[in-house]
Ligand binder design. Structure first.
Ligand code: ZN
Length: 140
């Protein structure tokens, strides 16, 4: 996703939309699509549900991960909705990114890290789209 015009810092760009599903439903969806087990359209929210950007989702699901993003995600006060905000001024034509900080249950093995390897190219790239600390972010 690329900015069509200049976006000032702090702008709420769009909502991360999608159907609200439970963890169990997310697990079922993943096993139903073995060709694409690592897709990252799931976004875990504090309310305990997952937003599935693949169902009733919008363009927010196409925003790529970066370890040095220009956007961040913010929940509303109820922890039910997620918005993408500009962290800094974004120039026209710049790619929009946010840090997925993927949260995955269980041990973060080398194999798992390889499956979620990051190639964002940022100087501070941590080499993975997985969160290093637990927080409410995209999930898979
Ligand atoms: Zn990276």
């Amino acid at each position: 996703m690329f900015a069509r015009k200049k976006i000032p810092a702090g702008t709420q760009i769009l909502e991360y939309e999608g159907k609200r599903i439970t963890n169990e439903e997310a697990d079922e969806l993943e096993s139903a699509d073995p060709d694409n087990p690592y897709h990252t359209f799931f976004f875990m929210i504090s309310a305990g549900m997952i937003i599935d950007g693949n169902q009733d989702g919008n363009d927010a699901r196409w925003i790529n991960h970066s370890c040095e993003p220009n956007c961040e995600t913010e929940e509303d006060e109820n922890g039910e909705r997620v918005f993408v905000l500009a962290m800094r001024d974004i120039a026209r034509g710049e790619e929009l990114t946010f840090d997925y900080g993927l949260v995955i249950e269980g041990r973060k093995t080398a194999k798992l890290k390889a499956q979620y390897a990051c190639f964002c190219g940022a100087p501070s790239c941590r080499g993975t789209m997985l969160a290093l600390t637990r927080r409410s972010k995209k999930t898979s």
